[in-house]
Structures are given as C-alpha cells and as structure tokens.
Design a protein around this ligand. Structure first.
Ligand code: 9Z3
Length: 314
C-alpha cells in the first residue's frame, strides 16, 4: 500500500497537526537562515489501536531513553533538535528525574506545612548534577535549539515524520534524521476495526494485522533526499542482526544503521555502514558510573555527518 492510501484509509486529518507542523517549519527555516545543522530525533514506541473508539492498543517496550539521551548529546554538539516523541515516553533533561520521585528533591519549612506556602525549596544535595541539567535545558530552550513535538499513534508518527522531513528538505546535507523510535511493523486499518469496544463474551480474539507501508524509502528519495539518515535495527537474535542491518542499508540506500540487541542496548551498539561495522561499548566502570552509551554514539555520528556535509571521507 502506498502512503497516500495509508493516510486516507486511517482517518488522517491534516488539521490535527497544523500547529505542530507550523512550529516545525518555522524551526527548520530559522535554523536554515542561521546556517545551523539540525537533527530530527524520533523516540518511543507507537500505539496501534484495536477499536476505532479505542479502548485497547498494541504497544511495545520502548522507554524513549535512547532518543531522549541522544537529543541531549546532539544539543551539546551544537545541533538544533526536533524531538518527535511518543506521549508519556522519556524527554531530554526531564529523563534524569524519572529514576526517583521528584517530590523527594523538594522541601518546605516546618511552619508552612498546614497552610498555603510558596516557599518550596530544592535540596540539590540529593541530586549532584541537578544544576548542570537545569542549566543545559534552559540554555537549549532559550537559544531556540530544542523543539519537542509529541505523537501517540502510528498514523500520527508517520504524518509528523513526513511533515518534518519535507520542512527539513531545504537544509540539504546539514539535516540529520536519527530514527530511534520503535515503530510497529503491523497495524489494523481503520476500515477493518470494530467501532465499539471488543467484547470478551465473544470468546478468544483473533486479529489480522496488516503491514505498515515502508516510509523510509520516501524519506530517502523524496522528502529529504540530501539528508544524513540514521536508522536503528533492533533484534533479539544476534545471529541475524548484522544481515538485517546491512539489508536495510542496501534496501534504502541511506547512510547509517545502528544495530542493537534488546537486552544489551544500554551498553553495546554497532555502527553499521556498507564498508564497516564499528562496535561501541561501555566498560564495566562506565556502566557503574551510569554513563550513557549515547554520548559515544552521538560523537561518532556527528563526526560522520561533518564529513558527509563537507563531502569528505570519514
Ligand atoms: C531502537 O532500536 C532503539 O535503540 C530502542 C531503544 C527502541 C531499542 P529505549 O527507547 O530503546 O531506549 O528503551 N529503535 C528502533 C527499533 C525499530 O523498530 N527498528 C526497526 C526494525 O528494527 C527499523 S526502523 O525493523
């Protein structure tokens, strides 16, 4: 199925996205005028509704950690970042607060406890890197270098990806796509969905899932053909990972695939091009120190993108 039919059959309504798309276009043209590099980072999973008035969805595991951490490192490398994230998944900078309860960082003085009190204080000793995180967040926001746009369903995701890539077309090879979102390969077309909640009294449920059209080819050949495109290949079986990653590069003709195995993804990734496979690892010490593998990954990608943008060899 082609993408136009996919949008039509799945109730795509351009008006739903007009505010987000306007912001994305303004962001792209502003950074183009300032001769900045920009990256679209996609992050989190996609929801696949089972009913047209959806009560239930098919979900996946993605927390959004990869995307949120990567966005921070792209910002520290000087890029403008459009962060397209699944509602409720992790976001740049605020991700650091998700490990604990943010209320544990806040205190009020004893005499305030029973009444209204505006004197809430932050106990920064409980989070030593708090000031650095808050400062980095405000620096990015104040400089207009971080635009966050959320999606929920698969259709939202593809529509916003298409609009973003078309808006980023004018940046040519200065644009990077870093597609870390875990996008479902299967969905139920609106025309095949039940209107109302599926009833358990009808017995065991059988679902026929359709294949999601391959939108990457359109991105690489039409929407943003000069951009530097990085996709991810996730597998649970190491034996097929490299073949699948190389297969994706051959099929779509883009620049990089980052291969990862589900349970190793926090400390091992492989950067795959047609010419080389480069493993990036966190050592045991780095893992104990809670370092992000994304720091090494984004450094590597930025070097490759700089060469690509200048038309030189890595
Ligand atoms: C990834 O492989 C990401 O690295 C993860 C990150 C989703 C594993 P978390 O969000 O996990 O930090 O918890 N993303 C892409 C996965 C994907 O669906 N890739 C498709 C495939 O493998 C191709 S685009 O077929």
């Amino acid at each position: 199925m082609d993408l136009e039919s996919f949008f039509k059959d799945n109730g795509y309504c351009p008006n739903k996205y007009s505010k987000d798309i306007g912001e994305i276009q303004t962001f792209a043209s502003t950074h183009y005028a300032q001769k900045n590099k920009i990256v679209l980072v996609t992050s989190g999973g996609t929801a696949i509704p089972l009913e047209s008035q959806a009560v239930r969805y098919i979900e996946n595991f993605s927390s959004g950690h990869r995307g949120a951490a990567s966005a921070e490192y792209f910002l520290s490398e000087g890029y403008g970042v459009i962060f397209l994230y699944r509602q409720g998944s992790l976001r740049p900078y605020s991700r650091h607060f998700k490990a604990g309860n943010v209320l544990d960082l806040l205190t009020i003085s004893k005499d305030c406890r029973n009444g209204t009190c505006s004197n809430v204080q932050v106990d920064a000793t409980k989070m030593p890197d708090l000031a650095t995180i808050v400062q980095a967040y405000h620096t990015s926001k104040d400089a207009g270098r971080l635009l966050e746009v959320s999606y929920h369903s698969l259709v939202d995701y593809i529509a916003l990806l298409k609009a973003s890539s078309e808006a980023m077309h004018l940046l040519g090879s200065s644009a990077v796509f870093y597609l870390a979102a875990a996008v479902s390969d299967f969905y139920i077309p609106l025309t095949h969905m039940q209107k109302h909640k599926i009833q358990s009294s009808s017995g065991p449920l059988e679902l026929a899932l359709h294949q999601v059209p391959k939108f990457l080819r359109a991105l690489v050949t039409k929407w943003s053909p000069q951009a530097f495109v990085v996709t991810f290949k996730l597998e649970t079986d190491e034996a097929i990972l490299m073949d699948k990653a190389l297969g994706a590069l051959t099929k779509y003709g883009h620049q990089l695939v980052i291969a990862n195995i589900l349970h190793e993804r926090r400390y091992r990734v492989v950067v795959v091009t047609k010419e080389e496979q480069k493993e990036l690892l966190l050592s045991d010490d780095e893992q104990k120190e809670k370092k992000d593998i994304e720091q090494k990954l984004i450094r590597d990608i930025c070097i490759r993108h700089t060469h690509y943008n200048k038309g030189t060899e890595v």
